[in-house]
Ligand binder design. Sequence first.
Ligand code: KG4
Ligand code: ZN
Length: 340
Amino acid sequence: MTVLGIETSCDETSAAVLRDGSLLSNVTATQLVHAKFGGVVPELASRAHVRMITPVVQDALAKAGVSPEGIDTIAAVYGPGLIGSILVGLSFGKAMAIGLGVPFVGVNHIEAHLVSNFIEEPRPDFPFVSLTVSGGHTQLVLVTGPLEYILLGETRDDAAGEAFDKAAKMLGIGYPGGPVIDKLARDGSPDAIQFPRPYLDEDGYEFSFSGLKTSLLYYLRKHQLTEERLQREPRLLADLCASFQAAIVDVLVQKLFTAAGRHGATSIAVAGGVAANSALRRRLEFESAKRKLRLFIPRFEYCTDNGAMIAMAGYLKAQKGMYSDLELPAVPNLRIGSTP
Ligand code: KG4
Ligand code: ZN
């Protein structure tokens, strides 16, 4: 079975071709237009998807050496995400499915992040605990089988990546904030400033990062740390980045390993753009080695939004006969475990 996967839920236009579970190509066009606004501008994102969807799909087919007629199934994201963005890929995918006379599969974006660790070998054993951390989501999920899972907890407010992005905006260091904070934090001390660890309920799996963001704001105000002053004092900026990052990493790691222990998981998997964070990776490697757990983090291109994970989720759904109706709408607030 050869599946074309299409991802357009946010600011990445991506398409991939997967044959019998093996990836043949994955092409992603990242929209740079949002950088100067310090966040994704929905209308600009939709327009960029409209411009990029045809060349990106053509490129994915060409790189895979597959003609459109060689595609058996088309999978496209239908939520959650920005409605205008989702509609571009969803409509494109449906139109292609009609044109080629092949079945269509609508894919939940979060479900796709969960299977991003299946794109390449080795693959995690079931059950495993998965942490999806991106600009839009922070979710802890127990994965009990292919496309079988239980949501353990999620964020009540900001996602982890969003917290990085908002902090970077306050510090005046650019967008997206995660990679910049990660880089600057390398020269700073994680213990320099004691930001709160928002564990909420120590025993539970819910996250909350908006209070942490507020404490950074108060700290900056209290010490009169303007963007200009931080630029003049790189050491202080590095300490702020390292300390803020450490608070996020501590909470993510504590909840992930508590969940793994309680559910008898032998593997843990992390996905989403924040999985690229070097401090998080170091802690994950250290803690999983200590507990003799197998750690899975996909390659960076499969951590961030990508067509390969949509194709993989589409393939798994197609194998179970879970095809979608062509009337399937775009669902911006789609949740995990929602039907169809
Ligand atoms: O998965 P992704 O590309 O898109 C969403 O679905 O949101 O994740 C993007 C997020 C952004 O918030 C970005 O700041 C964050 O991932 N990110 C990082 C790093 N690289 C990307 N956060 C922390 N450290 C990084 N190295
Ligand atoms: Zn995502």
